[in-house]
Design a protein around this ligand. Structure first.
Ligand SMILES: Cc1cc2nc3c(=O)[nH]c(=O)nc-3n(C[C@H](O)[C@H](O)[C@H](O)COP(=O)(O)O)c2cc1C
Length: 188
């Protein structure tokens, strides 16, 4: 069995982020066919096309782009900010999408999980992110969807999921994602 490498992007920078906790839970629940790694995006300078046009991209952009290219798939775990995608995550998408014609996203199978203390589980962010992923040619898993609400009550002090039903749903979500990656992966 060839293990598929999945880059995980968390749309929150705060230390106690529910989404970061969720990313760690998903890493632990993933089947053996997947190897997940969180890729940090908080240090990426805001995208400015002048740097690419002048051939002087910040080195952290270049490192980030090469890093994403080395993965087989992508998993986004994000909060909702003002009914949309947090700027830090959108910036990472933008940085990876340029220079024009050299996007690192295309063809890498993906999935989206949104997590919020609110009742609708970040639905708006989840779907705005999917809009960008359509354009970026990331084949994004449609089912199961993952809008995780009530996040403030979801984790114990060690970051474990306290609710067995949710835990089982997340395990099945990762199984489905593993199958999705195998089916849609460019690499054998
Ligand atoms: C700028 C800002 C905008 C927010 N907008 C929304 C929103 O539209 N919908 C929502 O459910 N929660 C919203 N929230 C609350 C976040 O869901 C909450 O802070 C959550 O804990 C952030 O995710 P994290 O725990 O991973 O940092 C917002 C928070 C911030 C800081």
């Amino acid at each position: 069995m060839t293990q598929k490498k999945i880059a995980v992007f968390v749309g929150s920078l705060r230390k106690e982020s529910f989404n970061r906790k969720m990313a760690k839970v998903l890493t632990a629940l993933a089947p053996e066919s997947l190897m997940l790694e969180i890729i940090e995006i908080g240090g990426l300078p805001l995208y400015d096309q002048d740097y690419d046009d002048e051939g002087t991209p910040p080195s952290v952009w270049t490192v980030f782009r090469e890093c994403v290219k080395s993965f087989d798939g992508v998993l986004f775990v994000t909060p909702e900010y003002n009914r949309s995608v947090p700027g830090v995550l959108k910036n990472a998408l933008d940085v990876g999408s340029r220079p024009y014609g050299q996007s690192v996203w295309g063809g890498r199978p993906g999935a989206v999980v949104s997590v919020s203390p609110g009742a609708i589980g970040g639905f708006g962010a989840n779907h705005h992110l999917r809009q960008s992923l359509v354009f970026l040619d990331v084949p994004t898993m449609q089912q199961p969807e993952a809008y995780i609400g009530g996040a403030a009550k979801l984790f114990d002090v060690n970051g474990n999921i306290t609710n067995e039903t949710t835990r089982e749903f997340l395990r099945r979500f990762m199984e489905a994602f593993a199958a999705w990656v195998t089916k849609n992966s460019k690499k054998p």
